[in-house]
Design a protein around this ligand. Structure first.
Ligand SMILES: O=C(O)c1ccc[n+]([C@@H]2O[C@H](COP(=O)([O-])O)[C@@H](O)[C@H]2O)c1
Ligand SMILES: Cc1cc2nc[nH]c2cc1C
Length: 341
């Protein structure tokens, strides 16, 4: 008998030890074809790199973006009782209805770019505990929610864009970053949906209170997730892991979504090598987070909506990059003269 008590988190840790690495042969095949296409070498900038990235993580010498999928995870948060958002928590349910009716920004972006769209309701009417007073979740429900997130890609996709919805979750994200990276609560807290100066003070106080409450238990990133996180963050972490195991590249959304990636990165940096930052959010500290994760955002549009919008726009660019690589003529096919020397 093993006398060390096993925890549900051990399954997650074990899973992380099994994730595949990049397919270098596929990357080489993309580079070879890229050199033959009718353009000066390197002239498509990061579009060229995107195809190498797709090939590396799909494990395909001819990368595809035929079934791109945007998954949005919705959670609700007990910390909202502290006045940390400019909007009431009812917005969660109302925005889910808006998603279903096709009225949200993300619906228009997905329709415009030809992206699939799925929403996951993570017990939106049952908020997680207030992180200042208690742990957000118990270990079992944290792992169960990660497992639920893993199912997001079960229907099949070749590019996953992840996003979230959850009033109060920029406070949750700020607390996670403060726990992972240190620094003051004020550095990590921003205006989210648009809180005024008083709201900003309440957010800072909430993050300080949460860190104080959980201070002796924040070494393990999975404990940070359980204590300071939310269900959407747990589910996104699960989706990112499942995508890696199924060789699906991932595009991250903004400040809140990136918190899930930062937790995985803290377990082991290579865990998020198959992820790119779709955009840098206008939420103040996002650029700092991306630098710490070694991610250069594809877009910088001053957006701070969440709901996967930045990731979806970036996924549209990734889709175009794959089409360009697949369908351009070579110098030989087009009869275009090659470089002189
Ligand atoms: O992801 C971002 O960069 C981002 C920045 C600001 C706000 N949000 C969205 O706004 C909500 C959280 O804002 P708040 O003020 O309620 O903490 C949540 O639904 C997020 O999707 C998202
Ligand atoms: C209206 C609204 C839409 C959102 N989408 C993501 N977060 C949101 C927050 C609000 C308040």
């Amino acid at each position: 008998m093993n006398d060390v008590a096993s925890s549900p988190f051990d399954d997650i840790r074990r899973l992380i030890t099994t994730i595949p690495g990049p397919d270098e042969a596929a990357v080489e095949a993309v580079r070879l074809r890229d050199r033959q296409l009718t353009k000066p070498a390197g002239s498509l900038g990061r579009l060229e790199w995107l195809n190498e990235w797709l090939a590396a993580w799909q494990g395909k010498p001819k990368p595809t973006v035929d079934r791109p999928l945007v998954c949005v995870f919705a959670g609700s948060h007990g910390v909202t009782s502290r006045g940390v958002s400019a909007f009431p928590s009812e917005v969660n349910r109302q925005m889910l209805e808006n998603f279903s009716a096709g009225g949200a920004a993300i619906n228009q972006i997905c329709a415009s770019l030809g992206l699939g769209f799925k929403v996951f309701d993570l017990a939106i009417d049952m908020p997680t505990n207030d992180i200042v007073a208690d742990a957000a979740m118990d270990e079992k429900s944290c792992v169960a929610t990660m497992a639920f997130g893993m199912e997001a890609v079960a229907g099949g996709t070749d590019l996953l864009a992840v996003g979230e919805l959850g009033i109060g979750n920029t406070t949750i994200a700020a607390a996670i970053y403060a726990a992972l990276f240190g620094g003051s609560a004020a550095h990590w807290v921003g205006r989210g949906t648009g809180v005024d100066d008083e709201g900003l003070k309440r957010k800072i106080a909430a993050v300080e209170g949460a860190l104080d409450r959980h201070r002796d238990h924040l070494k393990d990133p999975l404990e940070v997730l359980r204590r300071l996180g939310g269900r959407e963050v747990a589910a996104i972490a699960g989706a990112i892991l499942a995508a890696r195991l199924q060789r699906i590249p991932v595009v991250l959304d903004g400040y809140v979504t990136t918190a899930a990636a930062a937790l995985l990165h803290a377990i082991h940096p290579s865990t998020i090598d198959h992820c790119i930052a779709g955009h840098v959010s206008a939420e103040g500290a996002h650029q700092d987070v991306l630098e710490r994760l070694g991610k250069i955002p594809l877009l910088a549009l001053g957006m701070r909506l969440g709901e996967g919008t930045g990731a979806a726009l970036a996924a549209g660019i990734v889709k175009t990059a794959a089409t360009v690589h697949r369908d351009m003529a070579t110098f030989g096919q087009a009869g275009v003269a090659e470089r002189l020397s």
